[in-house]
Design a binder for this molecule. Structure first.
Ligand code: ZN
Length: 293
């Protein structure tokens, strides 16, 4: 079987397979998934076999295909408008292997999804990629962060295209934006007990938020300067989107927090010249996708 599953509390599972770690959340009326991975096998049918509640909906934390590839197996795909623009970009994978004739239900910051006795709130972050969200489980005090926080690294790389043939050279966010994102999560800390990311192990401590804040502040002030070698145990030079050495990306670290950022995109105002920066990654892969919406 393509998938494996782990029960992490009475009503919540992690499903691992191709792409990211996905979450299955069960309420009294329905079950829902957070992210869909990118196996061409039916992840919804697999997940449904573990819960008696109907599973028809999936929430996308962001548009990257390792999170959205399985969307077409669900009746309803919930995401922000920005996510919907590039969620069908197969990022180099064969589009014929995936059902892509689905539509989106648009959600916004602050929207609440009620599973029956279990409420999820959409937290828009817009940092790792455009329109990114976290999902706050207000009932069970869990924060699902997608790729906005994980214990391996947070990547501020390009990695999306809204139109076929479109090439982005700039990262989705500056370090300053990342700092703002972390502060938004810091303000929510009284409402959750642990963080549930999409990669590199789950759950992780809420301390990561504090570490990322210190890290971003240090990079902005110049006290922390990242190293040119952006690799880590979980992100190697063989990774599809590992940045070219000449593209200006660095890896900055503080305690458990690790951030791959562009040394020319520290502050938001740096965006004025962002389109002139060298491409970070093999962007032809992103540009070659066929839109099928
Ligand atoms: Zn991602």
């Amino acid at each position: 079987m393509t998938f494996s599953i782990r029960l992490i509390r009475e009503n919540t599972w992690i499903i691992s397979g191709e792409g990211c770690d996905c979450y299955l959340l069960e309420g009294q009326k329905e079950a829902i998934m957070i992210d869909a991975g990118c196996s061409s096998e039916n992840i919804r049918a697999y997940a449904q076999s573990f819960t008696t509640r109907p599973l028809k909906r999936v929430i996308n934390t962001h548009s990257h295909y390792d999170h959205t590839g399985g969307n077409g197996f669900f009746e309803e795909v919930l995401c922000t408008e920005k996510i919907s623009r590039s969620a069908k970009n197969t990022m180099g994978r064969n589009p014929d292997k995936y059902p892509l004739d689905y539509t989106f239900t648009i959600v916004e910051d602050g929207d609440v999804i009620n599973l029956g006795g279990r409420e999820l709130k959409i937290i828009e972050l817009d940092c790792h990629s455009p329109g990114d969200i976290a999902v706050l489980d207000m009932t069970d005090r869990m924060l699902f962060t997608g790729d906005e926080i994980d214990s391996g690294q947070v990547l501020l790389l390009p990695g999306y295209a809204e139109q076929p043939g479109q090439i982005h050279a700039k990262a989705a966010a500056s370090v300053e934006t990342c700092l703002r994102t972390m502060r938004k999560l810091e303000a929510l800390k009284p409402q959750f007990d642990a963080i549930y990311p999409s990669h590199n192990g789950s759950p992780i401590s809420t301390s990561y938020i504090d570490w990322f804040i210190t890290l971003c502040e240090g990079i902005i002030s110049g006290e922390i300067v990242g190293r040119k070698d952006c690799s880590s145990r979980s992100y190697t030079t063989e990774a599809t989107y590992y940045p070219y050495p000449s593209s200006g990306y660095l890896r900055g670290e503080y305690k458990g927090a690790s951030l791959v950022y562009n040394s020319k995109l520290i502050k938001d105002q740096d965006y004025e010249n962002a389109e002139t920066l060298l491409p970070a990654t093999p962007l032809h892969i992103i540009a070659s996708y066929t839109s099928r919406r």
